[in-house]
Design a protein around this ligand. Structure first.
Ligand code: UDP
Ligand code: MG
Length: 318
């Protein structure tokens, strides 16, 4: 028989003291079951990445790790954001794990899907996406903004898996390849499909958050979407070019119209057209400058090449 593969489940946590014990228990039970069923090896584990929580989350994680060596924790030195917390987890466990699953701490993602993910991985898939069947557990607003976001991204030629958040399984090889993408603002959902490899999807229904509140309030969500778009596509700059061309053509049309009117001897008062054109062009210029500024800002952040996260302590080495 082949040697069993090891699985690590990476769970980013930010101010999750209300849910962490329950989810640790549930995820751990799932891991034990898979080990018992001989699907994965004994040295599989759950690793919590504490993303600079201000509550007792890290204390809870370290207590768990003292009691059980299959529950481990990584403590980041401050809040680096969900994506960077995931990267910190992936970077820390990639050497020792054959498969890595990332899942949120709030149990919104169906833990039972892990069985299917592991089956698909054992069948040779290197990336297995957890995809939501529906968005019934979301507010009307979140559902519609998310839909628009996915549609917009697809239009701009960015290939992301709709209704897939960061619940997925990746093989060691896929994670190693992912970590070669060195951009500071890494948009995982956009980059992972670029890796290629044999890939599949498994479907589940997303639950309500089991406790606590979303750590993605609206401003953070919008920032995430905007970062996703501008770090993946230059389409906004092209749209500006189009806007510019349309404005110039309209201006020429208005110019021809007034010239004809003038030649016909009709005098028109000039101020409305003057104000409209000044405001129109001024507005377009401002938008253009800010979009270009956004990209320059992105370049500015990328050239600094700062580390994406800093690990303060780590129970993994013990
Ligand atoms: N999270 C994180 N750092 C952050 C924000 C969130 O590590 O700055 C974690 C959070 O603890 C959770 C996951 O990322 O495990 C997803 O966050 P949340 O459930 O609040 O997002 P939502 O499901 O509402 O989009
Ligand atoms: Mg959630």
């Amino acid at each position: 028989m082949n040697e069993l593969k090891s699985l690590t489940i990476v769970v980013p946590v930010y101010n999750e003291e209300e849910v962490i014990l329950t989810s640790a228990e549930i995820i751990y039970q799932k891991l034990m079951l898979l080990i018992k069923q001989n699907k994965i090896s004994q040295n599989s584990e759950v690793v919590f990445v504490n993303d600079g929580s201000k509550d007792t989350t890290w204390e809870l994680v370290s207590t768990l790790s003292q009691r059980n060596k299959q529950l481990q924790g990584i403590n980041l030195s401050r809040n680096f954001g969900h994506q960077n917390a995931l990267l910190a987890g992936l970077t820390s466990v990639v050497v020792t794990s054959d498969f890595i699953i990332t899942i949120d701490a709030d149990l919104q993602d169906d833990v039972n899907l892990i069985d299917q993910m592991v089956d698909e991985a054992l069948a040779g898939n290197e990336i297995v996406y957890g995809v939501r069947n529906n968005r019934d557990s979301d507010t009307w607003f979140k559902k519609h903004t998310a839909e628009t976001f996915y549609r917009l991204m697809a239009k701009m030629g960015v290939n992301i898996v709709p209704n897939h958040a960061d619940y997925r399984l990746m093989s060691q090889r896929a994670v190693q390849e992912l970590l070669k993408y060195q951009e500071t603002n890494l948009f995982l959902r956009g980059v992972i499909p670029l890796l290629g490899f044999k890939t599949t999807k498994v479907y589940y229904t997303r639950q309500e958050r089991s406790a606590g509140v979303s750590k993605y309030p609206l401003p953070k969500m919008l920032k995430f979407a905007w970062d996703g778009i501008t770090s993946f596509s230059v389409a906004p700059i092209r749209i500006i070019l189009l806007l510019g061309i349309i404005t110039v053509i309209s201006a020429l049309l208005v110019f021809s119209y007034s010239l004809i009117e003038h030649l016909l001897g009709n005098t028109t008062s000039g101020w409305p057209s003057l104000i409209i054109s000044i405001w129109l062009i001024g507005g377009i210029q401002l938008i253009s400058i800010s979009v270009i500024g956004e990209y320059i800002g992105k370049i500015f952040n990328e050239v600094k090449h700062r580390p994406r996260f800093t690990i303060q302590e780590n129970t993994l080495e013990q």
